[in-house]
Design a binder for this molecule. Structure first.
Ligand code: CAA
Length: 388
């Protein structure tokens, strides 16, 4: 029996800032962003959007298809949680009308935790193959204004059904891990924006890639040449390009620069216009590959490098299932991306500074998002979510 991803759907915010606008205000060459870090737009959550609404909007088409009783467990991966105690997935569980017999848990290890959730979901499905596990990764990436990280903000959620005999991707059991206590990127509980040692974080990312790959090679018979495509964690597109060149070099791949680029190019399309979505980013990258690759890639192997600062990294592999193209949500994704609204720099600042009440006072939030679920307001320290 194979286990893996049966269906995948993502969601991002109503608004985006074009990085040309940011470059103009900063009096920076826009090519620093468009070319240098490989990013064009960054998603900005509307006041009535957050990790819960994006997650519920991403998962809705999946639950509508399989029904609310098919899922035994909902795992919610995030590093921008809204509560120190209650799992954000419990709100999603209610919004989607899921069974009271479904367990819900929230997972954290920077941008890596969605991968941990998927591996644990595969183990749960292997034990009870008639049940499915819903894994959702959802994050809002925020850095301080006027810092090098500012242009790499973004937001998004991805929902994946993990099942036996999946229709999209069979996940192999062999994994290579690398864990190391480093301070490259972190967010203390009292801060709403991340702290990052930017250049150092990119070095650690590459080091963790090498180590996780070496560990993978010890446990798997697969070599670099066995893969048709690679999906990387995507803090910004250029990071994945550098990482893949690094991996190709480590493996002395006999390939042109264009051939190396072709192995990841289609994974980057959505990230370039959404920005960093932390835990969700690699899986939005997988969606981008499946939906934008011109060739049919059924039967080919995909390599995955998942990286979470701090740091935990994992290299694993999967095989694309024959007929996968019939089960994608390309049209819905394109419509959602096309319906986003561009904002001015002033509006971006307004969204960035939009406060959540911290004193328990009531706040009613007007409807902006075009998504089905939204944050309607706050009352007595409680967030109130509704279906539109
Ligand atoms: N035209 C074309 N390219 C240009 C350019 C121009 N006019 N101006 C600059 N560039 C190029 C630079 O040469 C550089 O390219 P190389 O990396 O190939 O040398 C690139 O644009 C970026 O320029 P800088 O190095 O000057 O950029 P910076 O120092 O201002 O910021 C950064 C880069 C440190 C990565 C910053 O974006 C940052 O701090 N980002 C957040 C941290 C991050 O994402 N780290 C990634 C690893 S950690 C992780 O993956 C977890 C996570 O999700 C955060």
């Amino acid at each position: 029996m194979s286990v893996g991803i049966d269906e995948i759907s993502f969601y991002t915010s109503n608004y985006y800032l074009d990085l040309r606008t940011l470059a103009e205000v900063q009096q920076t060459d826009p090519d620093k962003y468009y070319e240098g870090i490989g990013q064009e737009k960054m998603g900005m959550a509307a006041p009535d959007e957050d990790i819960v609404t994006m997650a519920a909007n991403a998962a809705l088409p999946l639950i509508e298809r399989v029904g609310s009783d098919a899922v035994s467990t909902l795992m919610f991966a995030t590093e921008t949680g809204i509560d120190q105690s209650k799992a954000a997935g419990v709100y999603v569980h209610r919004l989607l009308g899921m069974s009271n017999n479904c367990r819900v848990v929230e997972m954290k290890q920077a941008c890596y935790s969605a991968t941990a959730a998927i591996q644990m979901a595969c183990a749960l499905v292997a034990r009870t193959p008639e049940k499915k596990v819903l894994v959702i990764a959802s994050d809002v990436a925020r850095y301080d204004l006027d810092t090098p990280g500012e242009a790499t903000q973004g937001c998004g959620a991805v929902a994946m059904l993990i099942s036996a005999n999946p229709r999209l991707l069979e996940i192999d059991p062999e994994v290579g891990n690398h864990t190391e206590d480093v301070m490259d990127f972190w967010r203390p509980n009292y801060r709403s924006t991340a702290l990052v040692d930017g250049k150092y974080s990119t070095k650690i990312y590459l080091r963790a890639l090498k180590k996780a790959w070496e560990n993978f090679r010890e446990v798997s018979s697969l070599a670099f040449d066995d893969f048709s495509h690679f999906c990387y964690h995507l803090p910004f597109s250029r990071m994945a390009q550098k990482a893949h060149q690094h991996l190709a070099k480590l493996n002395k791949a006999d390939m042109t620069a264009e051939q190396i680029e072709a192995q990841i190019a289609d994974t980057l399309s959505y990230n370039r216009i959404i920005g960093n979505s932390y835990t969700a980013s690699m899986y939005i990258g997988l969606t981008s590959l499946l939906e934008n690759c011109k060739q049919n890639i059924a039967g080919t192997k995909i390599g995955f490098f998942s990286y979470g600062s701090g740091c935990v990294a994992e290299f694993f592999s999967g095989t694309v299932v024959a007929g996968y193209e019939k089960y994608l949500h390309c049209t819905e994704h394109q419509t959602m991306l096309d319906n986003r609204e561009e904002v001015s720099y002033e509006k971006y600042l307004e969204l960035y500074r939009h406060p959540d009440p911290r004193d328990g006072s009531d706040l009613t939030i007007e409807k902006v998002t075009k998504g089905h679920f939204r944050l309607a307001g706050f009352s007595q320290h409680k967030r109130e979510y509704v279906a539109s």
